[in-house]
Design a protein. Structure first.
Length: 218
């Protein structure tokens, strides 16, 4: 249901961490040419490269604001392929407009948060089952307190995708939501005229994304 393996493949390997410059003390040189700290402490302070820290979690869920999106809708028929499998396109049934809007908002929030590098915010749109599986796959070994946060795992798995690719991956014009019970699929038009679907799960009355990345409509 979760399609975790497909999401892992779509996300790439691991994310490149960015660094932020920090101030360093002005160094002076001794008569022998050795670098000395200006404050005379006798201990040379680290260089900017040594002080640089990974970006980590730049935005909390409350600080991240997704963009306003306008989805065209139109139903799942537009995504059906003649002679194709079409099992996702015909899964369950299409619900009311209210559910469509809420599920589409969750998808946009997740994709926009990833594009912005707001990893903690992205996790807030993700189904709990996905984050648990991510923790298991991270190699933590199930030890209490040893599992990295969902945000750190997503940041790592987004490593091979440069910012332009993440922004392109956030292009989504949602056309349909197919639902059966607490499970569903969103079908949408992405960049370059390609179509995708994202598995969804309803938790606590709200729709959450149930994979790291959408899959191409076959």
């Amino acid at each position: 249901m979760v399609l975790l393996a497909a999401g892992l493949a779509a996300c790439g390997s691991a994310s490149q961490t960015t660094t932020e410059p920090t101030e360093t003390a002005t160094a002076t040189k001794s008569a022998k040419g050795a670098t000395q700290p200006a404050n005379g402490s006798g201990k040379a302070k680290p260089t900017k490269q040594q002080q640089a820290k990974p970006r980590g979690e730049p935005k909390k869920p409350a600080e991240f604001k997704p963009r306003v999106h306008h989805d065209s809708g139109g139903g799942s028929g537009q995504f059906e392929a003649k002679g194709g499998d079409n099992s996702v396109q015909r899964f369950g049934s299409e619900p009311s407009g209210g559910e469509f809007d809420q599920a589409a908002g969750a998808l946009h929030g997740y994709l926009d948060a990833r594009a912005a590098g707001a990893w903690a915010a992205a996790c807030s749109y993700m189904a709990s089952g996905v984050s648990k599986q991510l923790s298991q796959l991270s190699g933590a070994g199930g030890k209490a307190g040893s599992s990295p946060s969902c945000a750190k795992i997503i940041a790592s798995l987004s490593a091979g995708l440069p910012p332009p690719a993440l922004r392109e991956a956030a292009v989504a014009d949602v056309g349909a939501l197919r639902v059966e019970g607490e499970r569903g699929f969103l079908l949408f038009h992405g960049a370059h005229g390609l179509d995708y679907f994202m598995p969804m799960v309803r938790e606590g009355g709200e729709w959450k994304v149930a994979a790291l990345a959408p899959s191409a409509v076959g």
